[in-house]
Design a binder for this molecule. Sequence first.
Ligand code: PLP
Length: 485
Amino acid sequence: MFNDITFTKERPIYLQIKDYIKEMILKGMLQKDLKLPSTRELSHLLNVSRNTVMLACQYLEDEGFIYTLKGKGAFISNVQIKYQDTRHIDWTQKINQYTQLAEDLDIMKHGVKWEKGMISFTSIAPDETLFDVEDFKRAFLNRISLEGEKLLNYGYARGYLPLIQYLTRYMENKGVDIEGKDVLITNGFTEGLNILLSALTEKGDRILCENPTHNTAIKIMKMHGLEIVGIPVEEDGPDMKQLKDKLAEQDVKLAFLVPSYHNPTGIVMSPEKRMEAFNILQQYEVPIIEDGFNEELRYSGSHVSPIIALSGKGNSVIYTGSFSKILFPGLRIGWIVADKRLIDYLESIKRSRNIHTSSIDQAVLYEYLQAGYFERYLRRVRKIYREKYEFALKCARAHIPCKKILGEGGLHIFVELDEIHARELLEKCYHKGVIFTPGDRFYTDDNGKNAIRLGFSRVQKKDIEKGFAIIGEVIENWRSIKKRE
Ligand SMILES: Cc1ncc(COP(=O)(O)O)c(C=O)c1O
C-alpha cells in the first residue's frame, strides 16, 4: 500500500495523493477508525514533501474521509463504502418509445464509419483550419475581463442581452421588420426547432417541408410524432403545384422551409417562389418556420431576402438562425426571431429545458461579432469556399456520370445518379476508401435512392478530385458489369 501510486504531471501531487487515499477508502481497503501513517512516514513512503502530504490530508478531512485527533494523528472516517450491487438491470427493457426512436434515427451511430486514410464527403461542417482562433482568443479575453464574474453566474433564458440586440440589428439588415418581434437565443438550430415543435405541435399533427430536407429536422419532427408532408423540390425551390394540392387535401399545422442553400440539395429558392410559397401558406393560415442557417454563404448572384422579410409587420413567419455553418458549430449558438408573444412562450420552454444557453459562449460570440471579426472572417472564407465549391462542381462534372448535379453554394453538392443505388455505390466506394451520405437519408418517403450528398468543406482539393474520380470509376465499373449481365 502507498507504493503503487504513480504521479502524472497534469494534476497537483497533493490532489493525486488525496484521490489515491480516497479511492482506497471507497474500495474498503482502508477501514473505519484505522490510523493513517503519520505525515512524516507518508512523505517518506511517497517520496514527496511533508507539506504536500499535509495538504492532501486537509482536503481529505474537508471532504469527510478522515478525521484527526489532537496529538494522536489521522484516522479513517465512517464512510459509506460503495455497496457492491450484483443485481443487473437490462436497460434495453426500460427505455421508452421516444428513446428507441432517437436511437433508431441516430445516423451518427448507424452510418458508415470513417477510418483513417479515407476520403470523407459526409461532413458539411466548416473547415476548422480556417477559424481565426487568435481573434476568438482576443474576444474571449476582452469579454471575460469586462464582465467575467457576471458571466459565470446564471444568465437569462431569453439570452445575453447585447447578443440579442446585435442579432436584432442583424435581422433588420436582412430586411426584417422587427416591430412586434423578439429574439430567443438557442443551442443552435437543433434546439430551436425542438422548442418550436414542443410549443406548437401535438402528436399526430401534420408538418409540411421540402422533400428532401435536413435529416436532423426529419428526426426531430418524427420524435415529436408528427406526420411529415414532403413537397418535391425543383431547381428553384419547392414545387408550388404540389404545395397547393397538399394544402387543399389536408390540414397542416406548420411548414418548415430551408430557402437558402438547402440541405441536402444546395438549392436557393427563387425570390418569386419565396413570395408564392409565403402567399399560399398565408392563404391556408399555416405558419412558416424558416431555417436561414446558410444564408451568408452566398457566392454569387444578388442578395435574396429571407421569407420573414417578405412578411413585413406580419407575424406568421418564424425565423431560425444558426452560426454553425458560417462560424463555429462548437459554440452551439442559434436564434429564433418571431412574434413577441410567441417568444415569450418559447422562453418558458427554454428555461424548463436548460435554463439558458451558456452566457460565456454568447458573450464571447457577441464580442467577436461586435469587433467586426465575423465580417472579416466571412469575407475570407467565402472566397475559399467559393473556390472549393467551383472546383468540386468541376470535378463532379468531369468524373461522376450522373443525371443531375444540384447546388448553388454552401458546403455541399447533391448528385442524382442514373441507375446505381446510392447505398450500393457507397458500399463499393467504402472498400476503395471513399465515403459520402446516401440521399435517402434526407427524404421524407422512399425516394432518394439514387442520390448522394457530397460535402466538400473539410476535404482538400486534391482529395476532392481523387475521391470524385473513385466514385466515377466505381459507377463506370458497375455499368460495364451490368451491360455484360
Ligand atoms: C438545414 C440546416 N439547418 C441548420 C443547421 C445547423 O444546425 P445547428 O445550429 O443545430 O448546428 C444545419 C446543419 O447541418 C442544417 O443542415
